[in-house]
Design a binder for this molecule. Sequence first.
Ligand code: XUL
Length: 521
Amino acid sequence: MKLAMGIDSSTQGMKAVLIAPKEGGIIASESVNFGRDLPEYESPEGVLRNADPLIKHSDPLMWVKALETLFEKMRKNKFPLGDVSVICGCGQQHGSVYLNGLFPEIISARESSIPLSKRLEPALSRKTSPVWMDSSTTKQCEILSKKIGMAEIRRRTGSPPVERFTGPQIMKFFTDEKAKYNETKFIHLVSSFMCSALCGKSSPADYGDAAGMNLLNIETLDWDDEICSVTAPDLKSKLPRPVISTTIAGTISDNFRKYGFSSKKSKIVVWTGDNPASLVGTGGASGESAVISLGTSDTFFAAMRSPKTDPEGYGHVFGNPAGGFMSLICFKNGSLAREKIKEKCGVDWDYFGLSAFEKSAPGNNGNIMLPYFVPEITPLVMKRGVKLFGSAKFVSGKAGKDEKIRAIVESQMLRMKLHSSWLGEKFKKIKITGGGSQSPGICQVAADVFDACVETISIPDSAALGAAIIAACAEGDFSFSEMSAKFAKPVSKIVPNSGNVKIYRALLDKYAEFEKNQNLS
Ligand code: XUL
């Protein structure tokens, strides 16, 4: 049986899923959690500690080590890796890896007893990688806006200059560490870096993820000369070639053969971003439904026929791996914020996901929480702080646990609805994925706030599944729609409650007002 593998290199861990594209079955999945499995990297939540809450970097060697650990777990558990004919992956978006001239030689080296994660260090011209949670480049965003124009950058790249996007991050590296920037020969996204490691040569970047850099011109689908030269000198020569998502980057490097991959060599497809992969894995790539992904970040996205940009500047345009474009709105206070409230309330996930909703009323008596446990992306909030509005008891923090839990979930859904309104579309169907999608309470709030039928799919990790589907389609035997019909079937449907829909419609205006009146920058 020919198998396809999808790998998701996400913020807090790495997951792999093996599928049988022809037969339509998920064969197996495996995961590595950075905190639990790789404590030596001191990044329990995937990022290195930093006194400045705006700076969020990771060790790129941790990602390579995670890949080796993942394959080793699969080998030990007797996964049929010899039957894997094709592999694709996806990475947390926007993060960047900086490499010197040693990179090609080190990754292409023949099988060695020393793992790649140990040999790669001398190839790093910058030891750490800024990731999507980093908000430290406001100054660089301002420079880009001034030199090219905010609206013009938005028009050309699909997003205004955004703190976490790779272009402003590169500009900051050049300004702060010129010598190291000059030493840099390759700048990769997390996705193209991992793909390079896997196939043993510097890989192209797919349009899906490359569009999250403030550097790709979404009309020409090539790096924008003017924006690149304003960002940093000689930048274009250091960037991977942008290509369509089904491009074969190479075959698996000998570095990874020891885990049991076939001597016929599995093909490696260019990696994409986790959200574009998830669009495919949920079956949202055809545009029939929008997607809510509740992971470390909460995201709302949908396929777009032609690119449309957000006048407020929060929404983005990325590439859809199945062709065309996708919209995306991202919120940093996602699962970690839910986790903080869960811990404060001293409950388990079953209670958080269901009981709390059974014991509290939709609309939460007007109680609202602006959940900025960390600086926020949408809306832009630089100073963390949780703000409470509503009854005196709630505002003083003395409300019961059920009200607090409902407040975080309802507020997260209301802000998603508010900041997706620029799309001007009423979605009748929304696919929901990610850890939070296993909570019936959260799914019902999503259905009621969006007045849409919410569907869950069988595996919560749609990003790894999406990557496996892209891999299978890149081999040429299957189409995206055929694969989605096989793998992204809904397992449950949650219909909106008309009474609750009315309650949330009224609450949305209140939420918008609270958010607008906050000065948290
Ligand atoms: C999207 C974004 C996050 C990361 C991490 O723009 O920043 O969703 O991709 O998942």
